[in-house]
Design a protein around this ligand. Structure first.
Ligand code: SAM
Ligand code: SF4
Length: 462
């Protein structure tokens, strides 16, 4: 795998940050460029990162909100993670699963247990999941493929998981090919930090210590034909402004080399974990966190932004509008967590502590109260519209035209099959309102007909 040595050049990124000199005029020009749906350059993004005056930050927030509404509409895609196994041969300083942590209970789901987890998720109404694995010779591509198949083959009474994404260690090209065969959605690898020195400091031992192998992980996925990949940074390890530029540099690299950027960007913040002592030097506070989301939204208008349940409910509610397109809900990160359905979190059974442990229905109710349409849509991926194709379709307002209606249909299924009384009532009202907003009569009639089919027990329409 050939990747140019200066793919992530720490000095270059630091210099771009130092040289950025924001002015009101320049900030406005950059926001307008982004509102015209153009990806920003490293220098432009650095200008937004260095904008410290409160009125400038406010402008950036407003710009991000407007962009989110223009491109993504009021749809929020919902998913839930499923932890398959927490064995790990790495020693990442920040993670409860690190090999040196002897206090954590180590286990790997059997296929039977995995299927029980999937059924428990499906019973709540989940349709999209991301399978999460530690790094271990036990979790090779064959094992991951076997677990993905088991998830797709498990169907509860009323529904099934229709899209399985993966968050696991980087693989070789043959490994990714095996996963392409079983039909995975996105393959996520977080670089954690793009700063070489910090990377070496926090990854004490194990294969993950190899920065190059990890950063080229998604290039190999692309070479294997998996054009749907997700990147991320663990915020709190190094300077957040530098890390945002790292994410953008990685995006630009994938765009240039494969003609398609990452499908999603994740921006987890460091949380308390078993046997982890957190150094607070680079911790990101809530205000900085909001700036990260808004600036990422503006920098990469077409990339999905994922906000996880690591954050608490109040903050999640506040920041969604700054540009988030996907959230997890009803999340359990303990092994066997969905089948046990226990509300207590146990630090020695989890990778880290989550902040939002509400049920899927409670999160949906809140989204509806705030005017969002929860979406379980998996149409693009099942129609082969990923990677390059996804971008092409996305560019001329595709998301609003197709994803909006599909969101309504998948949400209607949720209301019919799983919603509480109060969610159903509010949800039906919102669907009516959204239908009323559709100007084109033909489109409206088509959606109404499909909604009726769903009331008559038809499922999986798109
Ligand atoms: N083991 C694989 C790896 O490291 O790439 C995949 C899964 S790991 C379980 C998922 C992600 O959790 C990591 O990439 C890291 O960003 C995040 N993570 C680890 N420790 C964390 C902590 N203490 N707080 C928040 N997120 C954490
Ligand atoms: Fe293992 Fe991933 Fe945790 Fe590192 S972050 S210790 S690789 S599970």
């Amino acid at each position: 795998m050939k990747v140019s040595k200066d793919f992530i050049d720490d000095k270059k990124l630091e210099n771009i940050l130092v040289q950025a000199k924001p002015t009101e005029e320049e900030i406005e020009r950059i926001i307008n460029k982004s509102l015209n749906k153009e990806r920003l350059s490293l220098e432009e993004t650095a200008t937004l990162l260095q904008a410290e005056k409160p009125e400038w930050i406010e402008k950036i927030f407003k710009g991000a909100e407007e962009l989110k509404n223009r491109i993504y509409g009021d749809r929020i895609v919902l998913f839930a993670p499923l932890y398959v196994g927490n064995k790990c041969i790495n020693n990442c300083e920040y993670c409860g699963f690190k090999a040196s942590n002897t206090e954590i209970d180590r286990c790997t789901l059997t296929i039977k247990e995995l299927q029980a987890e999937v059924k428990a998720m499906e019973k709540k109404g989940q349709k999209r999941s991301i399978l999460v694995y530690g790094e271990s010779p036990d979790y090779d591509a064959d094992f991951i493929a076997k677990t993905v198949k088991a998830v797709y083959d498990t169907r509860e009474d009323k529904g099934e998981i229709r899209r399985v994404n993966i968050n696991a260690a980087p693989l070789d090209i043959d490994g990714y090919k095996k996963l392409k065969e079983v039909g995975i959605g996105t393959y996520q690898i977080f670089q954690e930090t793009y700063h070489h020195e910090t990377y070496q400091r926090v990854h004490h031992s194990g294969p993950k210590r190899d920065f190059e192998w990890r950063i080229t992980g998604l290039d190999r996925a692309m070479e294997a034909g998996l054009d749907d990949v997700g990147i991320g940074v663990l915020f709190g390890l190094y300077d957040w402004k530098y890390e945002v530029l790292g994410l953008l540099e990685h995006t630009i690299h994938l765009e240039k080399k494969y003609n398609v950027g990452p499908h999603t960007i994740s921006f987890p913040r460091l949380k308390e974990a078993s046997n982890v002592s957190i150094d607070d030097k680079y911790l990101v506070d809530d205000e900085e966190f909001k700036r990260i989301i808004a600036i990422l939204r503006l920098a990469v208008p077409y990339t999905g932004l994922i906000l996880t349940a690591r954050e608490d409910a109040k903050l999640r509610r506040e920041v969604i509008n700054l540009g988030v397109s996907q959230i997890d809900a009803g999340t359990k990160i303990e092994i066997n967590g969905y089948s046990e359905d226990d509300d207590e979190q146990d630090i020695n059974r989890e990778q880290f502590m989550i902040g939002d442990s509400r049920s899927l229905d409670d999160v949906i109710y809140e989204l509806l109260s705030d005017g969002y349409i929860p979406s379980f849509c998996t149409a693009c991926y099942r129609l082969g519209r990923t990677g390059e194709h996804f971008m092409e379709f996305a560019i001329p307002g595709f998301i609003k035209r197709y994803c909006g209606p599909n969101a309504l249909l998948t949400f209607k299924e949720y209301l019919e099959d799983y919603a509480s009384e109060k969610t159903k009532e509010l949800g039906e009202k919102l669907i009516e309102e959204k239908l009323a907003e559709i100007e084109d009569e033909k489109t409206k009639e088509k959606i109404e007909a499909k909604l009726e089919e769903i009331e008559n027990e038809k499922r999986d329409l798109y």
